[in-house]
Each structure stands twice: as structure tokens, then as C-alpha cells.
Design a binder for this molecule. Sequence first.
Ligand SMILES: [Zn+2]
Length: 202
Amino acid sequence: MFDFHAHGGKRDCNAFVSYSADEYQEGKRNRYMSLMYLPWIDTYDVRTYIDILFSDDNLMAGEIGLDSRFKDRDQSAFYTILEALEGSRKIIVIHSVRNDEKILNEIRRRDIEKAIFHSFSSSLALASKIADAGCYFSIKESFLSKKNWKEYLSLPFLLETDMKTGKEQEERICSLYSKIEAESGIDVYSLMEERKKELFDD
Ligand SMILES: [Zn+2]
């Protein structure tokens, strides 16, 4: 069971892991990995981030994004990073709190090929727009408390825990796969394997 968004815990796990620059520089690696930069957590210079990001072809971008809970913080780093990513083949993991439309427009404008809106919880209309842009949205267990969650399943969804990799995270992702499969009848395992191939070209 592949977890499409987790954070750096145990090494070599079956997940797409988002690392801080510190973790990455300390030598934490995973086959599928990305470098996180959120200006309300990561306060070092965004140029340093971009240098590290492009020093490794295997390193994807994210989570990066905009969050309206931190309005008093300068979030322009997001735009600087997207500009640097224009024309690159790196997957981008998006963190968005009440900024989905804005981010989606930016992604379209920058001609970015593959993006994942992680921890997605917005409307079905927005999920359709994400699909039309050729992007994905990733959901975690709390998404299943939405009344109409099954209506999203015809769109390009992915499954995630957003937890530190390890035993608890592994149990959580397995349980998410089983719940969705039991309630929708969809072979989620095969579907996620296919999407993983699409996403990572492997
Ligand atoms: Zn996360």
C-alpha cells in the first residue's frame, strides 16, 4: 500500500516522503521523496532551497504552498519556487489552506506538468478543475467524513496519511485502502499502483 504523502521517519518506506532541508542534508533518503519549504516553518533563504532542490534529480518539490492561517507571514517564496520549477519535470506537492483556486491558476500559468494537492478537502467542483488541469488530489482518512466523498472517486485521487513514516503510518494507510475498497467496491490497490506509475514514470 503506497502512501502518497508522508513525512520523514523510518528509511526506505513505501511512501512519497516530504523532507525538511535539515533531514535531507543529514542523509535521510527514500526512493520517492520531496523537499519541503513552508515559510512559516522554514525560515532560511528560498534560494538555498532551490539550490538543494535542483542538486538531486530524484528530489521532487513540496510540500510548498499558501496558507491563509499565516497571513502575517511573507509567503512569496511559493511563487519564487514555482518560477524556478517552470519547465522542470519535478512533481510538486501542494499545501493549500483556502488558496486552491489561486494555486491552480498559478500551476496552469507556469505550465507545470504534475502536481498533487495534498490533504485535499475542498469541493467536488474544485476537484474537477484539478483533474482538468491534469493534476491529482490526495486525501486522508478524515476525508471520509464528507457526506459525498464517494462522488470524488471517479476523479484522480490519491491516498495519504500525512504522518511520519513508521508502524503507525503503515497501519493507517492500510486501513484507508481497506475502508475505501470495502465501501466503494473499487480495487484501490491496483488503481493506486497505476497512478504511482503515471506519476513517477516507473
Ligand atoms: Zn504534510
